[in-house]
Design a protein around this ligand. Structure first.
Ligand code: SF4
Ligand code: SF4
Length: 352
């Protein structure tokens, strides 16, 4: 597959071309946050491509709230025990291109894929969505994608990697779907010099992050600490259960389902849920198996670094984007918890 080059001054014209057949989601500043919004052809709203988006483009494939089906029922007047029920699935999957997300954001969907592979709503949108991920020119001190993946040029989950080079981008197709987006006459073949610059840029981005911490022991360490509530109470002491870490996480996929009815008709809605909330596991009987924030944080960290990897060939359910660290109002840092868990479990093993 051939790489292409787009000069920066032709970028929006190319995106406008893509918008003729697709919903094109781009990062823009809105109320002080960077969010992905559909681009209107010819729009003069500037793209925010320098910084990582505040909110990842998870919505593109897994909406914060979506109707799954509509239903209605009709009782028979003459035979009151008889009811006719009608159910109609409502799948809304339009061709979509996400431009300017980071490689970690796109990789987040590979973690979803193992769980939502048979979900027709997720699958139909996933199939119709392409990710053009921008390799990070600058990394933040909260980024740790190299602990859990290959770093800022990781292509898994992306369809095209856009590598910033002098005055434009080298566009490297990763999938056939991505190659199909690179047919515009505004794109030139990437020259040897541009491709060399792109390779150097990817190397520089990886080097900025420094040495990765080895978290391969986290899976066993978190299991070993499962009943050590002193540890979990300590690491969760300052958490205020706000849920920002889960809502802004590109790999959190829990949901709740509610029926909204009006008379004899209504719709069933799926909405994101938040495992850091007391209500998440509250049962109808009043019993709550995760009654404290220590239990809930144990579940959140354990799920990402131990239980999910145990089910999916060691794959860590965190792409290292750092948003949970950046957005936590009291600076709970998942990196510190994982490292501390590894050290504490090792010390316990040594002492026993
Ligand atoms: S757990 Fe934190 S660092 Fe990992 S993917 Fe979620 S928000 Fe990003
Ligand atoms: S963002 Fe921080 S304070 Fe809020 S629930 Fe997550 S860990 Fe707790």
């Amino acid at each position: 597959m051939n790489s292409k080059y787009i000069p920066a001054d032709k970028l929006t014209a190319w995106l406008d071309g893509l918008a003729a057949d697709n919903r094109v989601l781009v990062p823009v500043v809105e109320n002080g946050s960077i969010v992905f919004r559909p681009r209107e052809a010819g729009s003069d709203t500037p793209l925010e491509l320098e910084k990582q988006a505040t909110v990842p483009p998870k919505n593109a494939v897994f909406p914060a709230s979506e109707p799954l089906l509509t239903f209605s029922y009709q009782k028979h007047e003459d035979e009151p025990e008889k009811v006719d029920v009608s159910v109609q699935p409502t799948i809304n999957a339009q061709p979509t291109v996400v431009f300017g997300c980071r490689p970690c954001d796109a990789r987040g969907f590979t973690i979803f894929d193992n769980v939502y592979g048979a979900d027709i709503y997720y699958e139909s949108r996933r199939e119709k969505t392409a990710f053009i991920s921008q390799v990070c020119k600058e990394t933040a001190n909260t980024c740790f994608c190299h602990w859990t993946g290959e770093g800022p040029a990781d292509s898994r989950g992306s369809d095209v990697l856009a590598v910033p080079v002098d005055a434009g981008y080298v566009l490297e197709p990763v999938t056939e779907k991505g190659e199909g987006l690179l047919t515009s006459s505004l794109l030139a073949d990437a020259s040897k010099e541009q491709q060399d610059a792109a390779a150097q840029m990817k190397k520089d981005a990886r080097e900025q992050l420094g040495e990765a911490v080895d978290v391969s022991e986290a899976r066993g360490a978190l299991l070993a600490l499962f009943d050590n509530m002193e540890f979990w109470e300590d690491v969760s002491a300052k958490c205020i259960s706000c849920g920002a870490c889960t809502y802004l996480c590109p790999t959190c996929y829990c949901f709740n389902i509610t029926d909204e009815t009006c008379g004899s008709q209504g719709h069933r809605v799926r909405s994101w849920d938040n495992c850091m909330s007391y209500l998440f596991t509250l049962e109808g009987s009043g019993h709550n198996p995760r009654p404290t924030k220590a239990h809930r944080l144990k579940n959140r960290v354990g799920h990402k670094f131990s239980y999910y990897p145990g089910l999916h060939d060691g794959l860590i359910a965190c792409c290292g984007c750092g948003r949970c660290i950046k957005s936590c109002p009291v600076s709970v840092d998942i990196r510190e918890i994982v490292q501390r868990a590894i050290e504490t479990a090792a010390a316990e093993t040594k002492a026993s």
